[in-house]
Design a protein around this ligand. Sequence first.
Ligand code: ZN
Length: 279
Amino acid sequence: MKKSLFPAWTLSQEKAVFVNQHHPSPDLDDCFMLFQDRDLLLRDRAFVYPVPPFSESKIITREFLGIYENRNCYAVLVQGCTAAADDAWFSMREVREILSIKNYAMASRGLQLAEWAICQKFCGRCGEINKRNGAARVCSCCGKEYFPPVAPSMIVLVHDGERILLARSPSYPKNLYSILSGFVEPGESVEQSVHREVFEEVGIKICNLEYVASQPWPFPHSLMLGYQAQYSGGEIKKDPTEIDDAHWYAIHDLPLIPSMSTIAGWMIRKRQHDLGING
Ligand SMILES: [Zn+2]
């Protein structure tokens, strides 16, 4: 019997170590995760510290996130800090390969909320100071409310029997191929965005879209919605501004693909799994 292949980030969060809360609890200890230039400070695999290991003068902002492992948890943005001997800065892409799914989700939430807090200090309508109110920021003068942004984007595995379409963006690591993705535009459904992006990037038509799964994507604040779709016509014609190279590949003979910690890597392996092929 075939084993199922779940993406861990879609599993229930009932046993999550994090509790969403807007104010710290006075009877609990604190803990801090530290970010600098979108990198996270790690000590071995630990990503929270009992006190920030840098002086107050280096701290740009400190944002309360909720309760993590029974401690008040804050995301702290710092600047001009050199990591101590036991610590090191890691990019969020590196962190995704190091931390557990739950801890990575926590770090991703921390980075997004702390960055949003410094970008949303002032009201965009009247320029006055915003104050925190629950999950929102509210203008102290005109009362306009602001909520943390989540930008939907889509990713799609296009298949044609035992072939799948893979492409390279100029920004990918050397030799890496993946499935197509792009941002949803204002006024567009996710499905329309999938059709549009595939046609714009490689000039082909698709049909029979099926939603598969989603993954939070903190680059900078997206939610990746994963679809698979059937090829329905056209020849590959690359958009050279977005795509370096694109080909059909036999599902049992693929080039270098993203890791399982990404929805792209998981969806490609799921397709292999669904067709009874070991990647
Ligand atoms: Zn205002």
